[in-house]
Write a protein of this length. Sequence first.
Length: 425
Amino acid sequence: MIPVFAFFILCLMLAGMPVAFALMLAGVLGMLAFLGGPAAFTQIPVIAYKTLDDFVLVAVPLYILMSQILLAGKIGNGLFELASKWLGHLPGGLGAATILSCAIFAAISGSSVATAVTIGAMAIPEMLRRGYERETVLGSVAAGGTLGILIPPSIPMILYGSITDASVGKLFLSGILPGVLLTAFFILYLVFRCRKMERQPAASLHERLHVLRENIWGLFLPILVVGGIYTGLFTPTEAAAVGTVYSLIITFCVYRSIRLSDMPAVLISTVKTTSMIFAIMIGAMLFGFILTVLQAPQELLALVTESEVNRWLVFVGINLVLLLLGCVLETVSILLITLPMLCPVIKALGFDLIWFNVVMLINMELALITPPVGMNLFVIKGISPTSTIEQIIRGSIPFAVIMALEIVLLAFAPGIATWLPSILQ
C-alpha cells in the first residue's frame, strides 16, 4: 500500500497540487480507508495541534523574519563588497568573494533562497562584466546559496531537532566545521577554475579595514546567535528572538537601510513562508500517521536489522533515495516525510543523529540545485533572466560533485560534524 500512496502523492504534485495539500489529501484518504470512515477524522485536529505544539518551532517564524529584515535592509550588499576587497585580487578572486559572501550571509540569515537572491543580484552582473564564464558564475551563486541551510542558524536544523528530539544547540554547532569546509572547497575549485582570469587590483589595507568596520555590525550577528546559545545566555528559540531584534536595530538605526513603510511587505513575506512550512509539517504528520498505522517504520526497521546487510550499504542506499527525492521535492518536504522513518533506522545502525543531521542537510543542499525542482535553479533564473536553466544546471554540476565528496569525507571522518558539539555542549 505504501508505494501506492507514494505514487498517488507524486501524481498530485505533478498535476500542480502544492506538496502540503497532496500530503494532507493522502493522509485523509488513508484515514478513510484504514480507520473506519469519517469518525477517524477526529484525529486530524489532534495531529495538527501536536505537530505545532513545540516551543522550539517558535524559532522558525523568528528566523524567517530575521532573514526577511536582512534581505530588505540590503545587508548582503556590504558583505559582498567586504569579500571583494579582501579576496578580489586572488586568482578567481571575485568567484571566491561570491562564495565567502554567501557563507557569511548564510550564517546571518539561515536562508538559502535569501542568500542566493541577495548575493546573486550583485555578484552575477559583476562577474559577467569582468569576463567570467557564465555557467561558472551561475553555478557558483546557486551552490553558494545552498550554504544557508548548513551554516547555523538553520531552519531545517530546527525542524530536524523537533522531529528527533536532538539538541538544536548541538545541531547548530555540528554544521559549523562542515559548512566552513564546504565553503573552502567551493573557493578552491573556483580559484583553480578561474586561475587564468584577469585579477583586479589589490585593495589597500586602509580600504580593507574601512569596509570591515562598515560591516562589523552584520558580521556580529551569527556570533551573537550561536555564541549566545553556546554560552547558555539563551536557548535557540530565544536566540532567534534576540537575532530578530538585533536585525531590526542595525537595519533601522545603524545602516538606516530599511524604513517603517517596508515592514508590511517583510511581515507578509514572513507569514507566507512560515505558513507554507507549517502546512507541509501538518501534511507530513498526517501522512506519517497513516504510515504508522500501516507499521511502515517498524517494517523498514525490521527489514534493515534482520537482513544483516552492512550498515554502510544501507547508508549509501539512504543517500541515493534522498538524492532521488531531491529531484522532485524541496528541502522541507523531504526532511519531514523521510526523517520519522529514517530516525529509528539510523539509531539501530549505530549512527550518530547529530552527525546524520549534517549528512542529511548536505543532501538537502543537493536538492536545491538538482533538476527539475531545484529551488535555487529557479531563483538564479529569476535574477538572471538572460540565462537558461540548462546553463545554471551545467554550472552547478561541479559543486554538486563537491557536496557528494564531502558526504564521503564525513563518512570516513564523522568527527568533522561531532567534534564541536562534543566539546562545547
